[in-house]
Design a protein around this ligand. Structure first.
Ligand code: NAP
Length: 275
């Protein structure tokens, strides 16, 4: 008898790509949740959801662009209904630490009647190597409205390991995992670590929320700027200056630290353009 697949929504993204690869390495069938997959999944086209969810035993859910965007909670609620209709065994939701909108979505999943695991992640290390701060890191200057706040930056490899465990092992049922790195770091300290591996000095420049908003407006327009500025206001105000124990509880090991992330990302060529 064939084993039913695991759906990975966001399978081409930072977390989903790692999760899909890791499941496939274990020999498990994966249905890639992507707009370009053979069975496409598109958040903007709910008519694609039933086919993507059909026959799936568990699903990883990373929302794009962020659970703080208007309409996200309605979509998460609709997805839980579609998943229940399809008989999905467990949802593993990627959530954001300190984000009220994300926590509202966690509540929707918690009350859906489905089995679930909540993976509440802190700020991703890979924002510097695969995300919106890669180019600024290559240019030597990272500007954020974070002052000297200390953030427990998490390696996305750890988030993926926790999600894979949650998708494949019964004991993670109804667990909330606060997944963080092992240390609190200021962005000045993070930039100093990046400077050792990127190939040139990387400077952190604290900016105001207004400056961040103006910069984001130039990149993505006023609406995108509004939402991302609000996310920064909510998450970089010091509320996340504590360590979580999600990696330890889910995996029985310590999370990887930022120095190890920097070395591994550099060895994998993350900033090769600068070499
Ligand atoms: N960055 C952080 O520090 C941080 C911290 C905590 C939580 N988070 C959360 O992480 C989530 C993002 O996860 P990620 O970083 O792994 O993803 P990501 O790297 O931002 O990748 C985006 C993914 O979304 C998919 N996508 C884009 N538009 C889509 C649409 N209309 N329908 C379906 N899929 C679509 C893309 O797939 P295709 O293009 O192939 O369709 C791609 O797989 C967000 O919800 C964010 O709140 C981020």
């Amino acid at each position: 008898m064939s084993v039913s697949p695991i759906l990975v929504i966001g399978a081409t993204g930072k977390t989903g790509r790692r999760i899909a690869r890791s499941l496939e390495r274990k020999g498990l069938p994966v249905r890639h949740g992507s707009r370009n997959a053979p069975t496409p999944f598109d958040w903007d086209e709910p008519e694609t959801w039933p086919a993507a969810l059909a026959g799936v035993r568990a699903a990883y859910v990373s929302y794009f662009p962020d659970l703080a965007f208007p309409g996200a909670s309605d979509r998460i609620e609709a997805l839980t209904r579609a998943a229940a209709d399809a008989g999905v065994g467990r949802l593993v939701l990627l959530s954001g630490r300190g984000e009220p909108h994300a926590q509202h979505c966690e509540e929707i999943v918690r009350r859906s009647g489905l089995d679930y695991t909540l993976v509440r992640a802190s700020w991703f290390a890979q924002n510097f190597s695969e995300g919106y701060l890669r180019d600024p890191a290559l240019e030597g200057m990272v500007a954020l409205p974070a002052g000297e706040v200390r953030e427990p930056i998490v390696d996305v490899d750890d988030i993926a390991d926790v999600a894979v465990a949650a998708l494949t092992e019964p004991r993670h049922s109804k667990q909330l995992y606060e997944v963080t790195g092992p240390h609190l770091l200021t962005f000045t300290e993070a930039a100093a670590e990046l400077s050792k591996v990127v190939g040139h000095p990387v400077r952190y420049v604290p900016i105001t929320l207004e400056q961040f908003h103006a910069h984001m407006t130039g990149i993505g327009g006023a609406f995108i700027a509004d939402v991302f500025t609000e996310i920064c206001r909510e998450t970089l105000d010091g509320r996340n200056q504590s360590l979580g124990d999600g990696v330890q509880r889910a995996l029985g090991r310590e999370p990887r630290d930022f120095t190890a992330f920097c070395r591994a990302a550099a060895a994998a060529g993350a900033w090769a353009q600068a070499a």
